[in-house]
Unconditional design. Structure first.
Length: 260
């Protein structure tokens, strides 16, 4: 009988890791998505760990279960190995075929935001807002302004935005309200850190069948589908010049900015 690997993502206090376990609960290992470190308890299972991590990153799910390849079998093919290396970064980045990876479907929101770096955007992940353990998933700073970005997953469900409300299969959710409050808190922290005359807008990126019936006012929170992330931000009018973007991003990366 095949053993099953379970992959779960853990993001707290600035860390971002995948933990892989067997069906019995026994630990297989972990992948640090920031440093690129791969830790495996049994070297014979490293190929399975890497394949499970790649499958998880492609699937964009909260948790993934898949069959464990036999020891010594199931190494990633070159394209998958390059895609995983692109996620992990590290010394081999220059050798990665970026063009091939960018054509891969199902990229995560994190990856989609980071790809906008070539167009003058800066992104800060897992911003520790306040002293209560709250995290802003992504803070995006670029030509169109400053945005908090949160992901909400409802694959296969119908999501409707009308007025200032968002409903999933007819059930009202607080996502837009939460995005407004988060953006307000981030804006206050940046203003207190001497970033004058700024506006922060909340964005909810949804995984599901999105229908927007009412376009939100210019400075209000709004929802977009995952596949439209880059298109929407690129289409916005320019509000910040490159020097201003870099200055704000520098402040945003200082832990003292968020601990006031």
């Amino acid at each position: 009988m095949e053993d099953v690997l379970t992959v779960r993502r853990w993001r707290r206090y600035g860390a971002d890791r995948l933990y892989v376990t067997q069906e019995s609960g026994a630990r297989v290992g972990s992948v640090d998505l920031q440093s690129g470190e791969v830790v495996v308890d049994d070297p014979a299972h490293e190929a399975g760990l890497r394949r499970a991590a790649q499958a998880y990153l492609r699937a964009d799910v909260a948790e993934l279960a898949m069959a464990l390849p036999a020891p010594g079998v199931g190494a990633l093919d070159p394209v998958d190995e390059e895609a995983l290396q692109a996620w992990l970064g590290g010394d081999d980045w220059d050798s990665v075929n970026v063009a091939a990876i960018r054509g891969e479907r199902g990229s995560s929101v994190r990856t989609r935001l980071e790809r906008m770096g070539d167009e003058g955007w800066q992104v800060v992940h897992d911003v520790p807002l306040g002293r209560q353990g709250s995290l802003v998933e992504h803070l995006l700073i670029g030509p169109a302004g400053i945005f908090t970005v949160a992901e909400r997953r409802h694959p296969g469900q119908r999501i409707v935005v009308e007025g200032r409300t968002l409903a999933v299969d007819g059930r009202s959710m607080s996502y837009l309200r939460d995005a407004r409050l988060e953006a307000t808190r981030v804006q206050g922290a940046l203003l207190a850190a001497a970033c004058a005359a700024i506006t922060v807008r909340g964005v909810v990126v949804v995984h599901g069948d999105l229908e927007v019936r009412t376009v939100q006012p210019q400075h209000d929170a709004f929802a977009i589908a995952r596949q439209d992330v880059q298109t929407v931000f690129r289409a916005m009018p320019v509000r910040l010049d490159p020097a201003r973007i870099m200055a704000i991003a520098h402040v945003a990366r200082q832990r003292s900015t968020w601990s006031r």
